[in-house]
Structure formats: C-alpha cells, structure tokens
Ligand binder design. Structure first.
Ligand code: FAD
Length: 431
C-alpha cells in the first residue's frame, strides 16, 4: 500500500506542498513523473531544449532518491494509460499533486479525479506554484481583478509570512517508498534527442540589488533568468518571494506578482488562450502576410532592436522582457499579424514558456488584453532603441551586420505602419 506523489511542473524535493502532504500520509510515497504524449507529440522540434531540461532535472532527482533507497517511477504515454498501468502495478491508497491552472491540465486532472474516485482512491491537490491562486485575491464583490495595479495592491496587503513558509520536506524523506531503481527512459526512448542549449543557473544572490535600476536595459545582464526554473519548479515560488522580501526588492517582487496575476486570469478566463480578453479585438482584420511573418521570425525586419531580439530568442531560447514587448508590438501593430501567431512562435522557442504569461504578455502588447492603456499606444522601435540600447550594445551582440553599418531596408516604414494600424484598429473597435 502506497501513496503516489505526481510531479508535473514542480521538479524538486524541497519546499513542495504535495510532496510534504504525501510524506505525512500513512503510506510510503512513490514519486511519479509522466512524459505526457498529449504534450510531447505536439512539439515540432525533436531536440526541444525543455524536454532535455526536464530529463536532466529528473536524473538529479533520481540520484537523490537513490540515497533514500527509493526511485522515481517514470512513465511515457497519455496520462490515462499511464495511470491505468500504475494502478495495476501498485496498491495505491492516495494520490497527491499540485494545482496546474492551464485548461488542458484542468481537464486532465478532473478526469483523473473521477477515475480515482471510482477506485476509492483519495486524491489531494495543493496550491504550490503561485503565492495566491484562483479566487484568493479578488475584488470586494468576489469578481476577479482584470487589471494588475489594484490586484497587486491587494496581493501585497495579503502577503504575510504564513504564505511564504517553506514546507519542510527534508524531515520526512525517510517516508519514501523503498524500491530498487526503476527503469529510467532515455531521451531517445521518448522520441527526442538531447539539446545543446545552455540553461541559466539558478542564482538569485547579487541579482536583486540593481534590478530596478537596470532591468529595462537588454544589454545588461540584470534580470535573474529564473523563468525556466519557475516554469518547471526547480525553485519554489515561496523561496523566490522570501528572497525578494529579505533584499527589499520590491520591483522584483511585483514581477512575481505579475506571474500570479496571469495565472489567476487564465484560471478565471480559459478562453483567452484563443480569444482576445477584450472581444472587440477579435474583429481586427489582420494582414497575416506569411513572408512578413517569416522575416520577423528570422530577425530580418530591418529594425535593429526587433531583429536583435528575435535572434537572441532563436539562438538561446530567451529574450529580454523589454525586447519581448517591442517585438510583440511590432508584429501585431507594424506588420498587422495576429498576436496568436507570435504567441505560438514564442511558445515553441522560449525556455521559460509559460502559457499564462505568454498569452498575457502577447495580449498586453497587442492591446487586447489585461491593460488599461488605449490601443493607439504604438511602440516606436527607434525611440525604444534610443532609450534602452542607446549605444547599440545589445543590437551589436545579436545582429553583427548592423555593426558594420550595413544598411538593411526596413520591412515597413514606421509612420506608414502607425497610420495603418490606427485605421484598422479603429474600424474594428468602432463597429
Ligand atoms: P526577471 O525580470 O528576473 O523576473 C523574475 C520572474 O518574474 C520571471 O522569471 C517571471 O517568472 C516573472 N515575471 C517577470 N516579468 C513578468 C511578466 N511581465 N509577466 C509574468 N511574469 C513575469 N514570462 C514567462 O515566464 N513566460 C513566458 O512565456 C513569457 N512570455 C512573454 C511574452 C511577451 C510578449 C512578453 C511581453 C512577456 C513575456 N513574459 C513571459 C514575461 C517576461 O518577459 C519574462 O518573465 C522575463 O523576461 C523572464 O526573464 P527573467 O527570468 O530574467 O525575469
């Protein structure tokens, strides 16, 4: 008789809500990870760096479990078939897992809940990946906030040490299920090859001091690069927030709150994955020119900052936040290409890809999302460059041809594009 703790996007053995609760259950705990074919089969790149990241992280977890005489159980398939196998192989008394707010995950977990209930197996789920979830921070009338500033005000008021306490998993690891090492599939076994991508180190020390002052300058290495670790849970959000409070890093704390905010929005409004938060924006007549889209993807628009950003993304799986805003605004407003195309491209490339933040960031940049600003705010890429990369330090790094002062003809003239977008947006929104 065992308890199973199902790891998904919380790949660590520290400060882990579901694992802590599982280890305190009356049964020894087996850790399960499923390489989910519903997700993996949709990835177009067989060298997807995120799959390698997950695989490496699981290997680290496995070697730690070995020291406790335990092992990960790793499955490959759809959750449905994998769970049937698990329940056929073990006498499972209870299942523990952490909440996941994405629409697919919600459906998957609801189906599992039903299945486990029919087998009289307890199913317990926990808040772990955010500080406040679902309806924990809402307006006085119980409705969700839809813009960030008032949400953040309440989020911050509510933030007490209690919510940031670490779950002391360490003390209970002796309650892991004892077993010989179970088979560990290679990347090949699950249809992938190893990626050569470098992954950012998990390091917050010495990062938060100058964050507020330098975070907007893409040439500076001034942000934490913690995104991929929050995405896969190799750090707990509570630990990150505690560090922010210890260092009085208010601005950085507010970025963590943006992450909570977008997850809360996605949970309340799952439709935003495919439709604009502000529905009128779905009337926009996008040009959706394939050649323009290709040029944008390749970093060949002739706008230095846009091209630098896209090349950074293509080469490293990362793009600086300021530049994400610039390229997203450029795609939607200068090229009149549907934000969903850009969102999908980022989803394919970003190591720190997070559905809630990516959809949120794209809709915000396009003007159709959770933002109070009017649609006629159109970033001027040249002014953005003057402000945030005045010496071309970032641009020169990623697009060396601009260094040689080679003239690249812009794909579209800024003044023309601005006029065009204002007309098209106005027509759609005044209908
Ligand atoms: P830091 O600046 O050090 O911030 C720390 C953490 O706070 C980040 O890792 C992230 O988890 C969170 N955070 C920071 N800014 C935001 C924000 N605006 N919204 C939500 N969370 C934030 N972030 C993602 O994590 N995944 C995405 O897929 C993603 N797509 C984006 C798409 C667009 C068009 C835009 C404009 C922004 C997007 N962001 C996304 C937000 C932001 O750009 C990244 O979180 C940030 O650049 C990651 O770098 P960092 O880890 O060094 O962040």
């Amino acid at each position: 008789e065992i308890s199973v703790c199902w790891l998904r996007r919380d790949l660590r053995l520290e400060d882990h809500a579901a694992l802590y609760a599982a280890l305190k259950s009356p049964y020894p705990v087996l850790l399960l990870f499923i390489f989910d074919r519903n997700i993996l089969d949709q990835l177009s790149d067989r060298e997807d760096a995120r799959v390698t990241f997950i695989h490496q992280t699981l290997q680290n977890i496995q070697s730690r479990l070995t020291t406790y005489g335990s092992s990960l159980l790793i499955k490959y398939g759809t959750p449905e078939t994998c769970w049937t196998e698990v329940l056929n192989s073990y006498t499972v008394k209870a299942v523990f897992t952490n909440h996941d707010y994405e629409p697919y995950a919600q459906e998957r977990d609801a189906a599992l809940a039903e299945y486990l209930a029919s087998e009289q197996i307890e199913f317990k789920t926990f808040k772990d990946q955010v500080i406040f979830e679902k309806a924990e921070v809402v307006k006085a009338d119980g409705k969700p906030y839809t813009v960030f500033t008032p949400y953040f005000k309440q989020w911050k008021q509510k933030l007490k040490d209690f919510y940031l306490k670490s779950y002391p998993v360490d003390k209970y690891l002796k309650n892991l299920f004892k077993t010989d090492q179970l088979s560990f599939p290679s990347l090949k076994d699950i249809g992938f090859n190893g990626s050569k991508q470098k992954f950012p180190a998990l390091q917050l020390e010495n990062k938060l001091d100058a964050y507020e002052e330098k975070r907007d300058f893409p040439a500076e290495d001034a942000t934490t690069r913690i995104g991929v670790h929050l995405r896969f849970g190799t750090i707990s959000i509570r630990r990150a927030a505690r560090q922010a409070l210890e260092e009085n890093a208010d601005k950085w704390l507010s970025e963590l709150a943006w992450r909570d905010f977008y997850m809360m929005i996605l949970w309340h409004f799952p439709r935003i994955v495919t439709t604009a938060f502000k529905p009128a924006y779905d009337r926009i007549k996008w040009r959706n020119d394939e050649a323009d889209f290709k040029a944008w993807c390749a970093g060949a628009t002739g706008y230095p900052l846009v091209d630098a950003g896209m090349r950074q993304l293509n080469e490293t799986g990362y793009m600086h936040n300021r530049v994400r805003m610039v390229v997203a605004s450029f795609l939607t407003k200068h090229l009149l290409i549907d934000w969903r195309w850009g969102e999908a491209y980022f989803a394919e490339k970003l190591l720190d890809y997070e559905m809630a933040s990516n959809v949120g960031g794209w809709q915000w940049s396009c003007g159709c999302g959770n933002d109070a600003a009017p649609y006629f705010r159109v970033f001027n890429p040249e002014l953005q460059t003057k402000k945030f990369d005045p010496h071309y330090a970032y641009i020169n790094k990623w697009v060396p041809e601009y260094q040689q002062k080679k003239h690249v003809k812009p794909i579209v003239d800024h003044a023309f594009a601005r006029e065009r977008i204002l007309k098209v947006f106005k027509a759609a929104l005044n209908e």
